[in-house]
Design a binder for this molecule. Sequence first.
Ligand code: GUN
Length: 283
Amino acid sequence: MTATLLDGNALAKKLRADVAARAAKLTARGHQPGLAVILVGEDPASQVYVRNKVKACEDNGIYSVFDRFPADLPEAKLLARIAELNADPKVHGILVQLPLPKHIDSHKVLEAIAPEKDVDGFHVANAGALMTGAPLFRPCTPYGCMKMLESIEFPLRGARAVVVGASNIVGKPMAMMLLQAGATVTICNSKTRDLAAHTREADVIVAAVGRRNLITADMVKPGAAVIDVGMNRDDQGKLCGDVDFAAVKEVAGWITPVPGGVGPMTITMLLVNTLEAAERAAG
Ligand code: GUN
């Protein structure tokens, strides 16, 4: 193995200790940070993610409200609940777990969240502000990836970065953050011709597609940093990412494992965003 493991659990632990200490300070002043998490429907993966988010709040002194609704919840009811939470002074962050059932317009729902409580960073006001460099909140997964690269002082200025996947949740905001850090960024998508020709040139690869073994060893430049955002299951049902970990770790300079890489960092940045929302509200 040539690659150094980028340990998301270890970095998350360090950052969460800081969150817990700052949350305790706010609580002592009568301003305990609070997060509302909304889950609509029974998607098994979403249920796990949401449970982990609520538990991480509890473990770090953040108050949480967890709303579970059936899959046939009318959109108007969801919008009404968001309006309530927007007005609730105990709640500093609101997260609606995606994907939502098809009859609900996700765009409308995300726009209904007050931008100052949009700890996912998905509201157009925050997504737009990310382009100019000053959002209230950055989307948690790419933010966590940036923290991992910062933790190894990866020289992003002038580096070539390839982001595979162009979602609003990960790929697009990831590209924007890398660009702001001075990288030369290529965003690839499912229509990209000769993906390997792009990734082979990259000093940093961020894989965020959701396809097992998408990134193979021959696609990676020796010494590159490989960040795996994928969350897939292998034939044995074991959690795995988008990167062929066993082979790529022999080529890469740094690599994130799945599990134990980006996952714990996503939740950590949600806690950081919620804490900062509460700090802003407390003045
Ligand atoms: N679904 C997958 N990732 C996310 C995320 O970061 N936030 C929300 N709200 N839903 C998601």
